[in-house]
Design a protein around this ligand. Sequence first.
Ligand code: NSS
Length: 431
Amino acid sequence: MTTVRIAELARHEGASVTVQGWVLTLRTSGKIAFLVLRDGTGYLQAVLSKKEVSEETWARFGGLSQEASVAVTGTVRAEPRAPGGYEMHATELTLLGASVDFPIQPKEHSTQFLFEHRHLWLRSRRQVAIAKVRHEVVQAIRDFFFARDFTLVDTPILTGSIGEQAGELFSTDYFDLGKAYLAQTGQLYVEAAAAALGKVYCFGPTFRAEKSKTRRHLTEFWMVEPEVAFHDSNDNMRLQEEFVSYIVGRALEARREELKELERDTGPLERVQAPFARISYTDAVQKLNALGSDMAWGRDLGGDDETLLAQQYDRPVFVFNYPKGVKAFYMKENPDDPRTVLNNDCLAPEGYGEIIGGSQREDDYDRLLARILEQGLDPEAYRWYLDLRKYGTFVHSGFGLGVERTVAWICGLPHIRETIAFPRQIHRLYP
Ligand code: NSS
């Protein structure tokens, strides 16, 4: 007997095959029984007729419960009303693993309860749909850079230098060398790699010991960080708008079903096409003030400011050239206004806010050293990073896109914690 996945059933119409999976729902009218199965590739309704199956098989159906694992054998029939378009007329049923009192029932559970049972909650239709969208986004990211001839460079997770912000580091003892930090970014390392390979990116988990409990923050999240030699800040924004449009387009094209499952209104996503609007930080402050915000020049944009500003546009918007004081040490000073740096954030619409932070990098040795000292960082830890400005310094730019924030936006989720299988937050390390 051929064993097939639910997604492959179309190729077996009329044949008798076996499907292995888990019981989603059970229903019987006394003579006919319905069993909806899932196997990760799709959903299948199997129909058993008491008249047509053995007594043992009929009795076995009666003993099933939610999330038991089973093998069902039967004939595949086209059924336009069935999920996936096919149905199985079952002749045999085998219980593989019983499931007694599955904790997650088809009713409302508290968020706390669901996250406590995250290992089981992952099986729900909604969580499966989110996982598939995330998978598509990750593959789209890799395909985008592969097609454009970027070289993937894997950067270390254990690092000796602070990448973004001193206050938000996880540290661990590192043999005789003192403290090692969990990487907040791979950026400093891809800058070195850009001088070797021209166009590079890293893609991996990053860590922030941020005490923020917002719906946009995790302590462990995935970030993709391209870095391009001889790109200035404008080239950088051009790459970002192409990149974001590509990812969204890909999700729309390949994950319609999942977005429907999530009841995502895809209208706003269809509008995500380059070019995006661009507004300087200074103009953004004025605009926000005109809209009633008390935002003052010199402060970083808060979540509410980002939402308010992004609402003024029908697609993502770039805010560029922020005050030096609120941004990282490695950003290049703006020659036209030294109070600011050549950077940008990309804000997603519909209240999702910042999904990308990027900048042109300080390529002048003396200025960079001054910034490192100003911020109280140890220049010795950055000796290798300063070397890049000593041996053939070059204009270069890059950015980081947060995978979870991007997936939350594309899926239309209220909180980013559902976009990763096992989220890490300040108060959550289990499961
Ligand atoms: O801090 S960033 O704004 N920028 C960097 O780390 C640069 N080193 C990137 C670069 O130029 N190569 O973070 C970039 C993005 C940000 O826009 C968010 O989408 C995401 O990373 N991010 C986060 N996602 C989830 N949780 C937290 N805590 C978080 N912090 C940043």
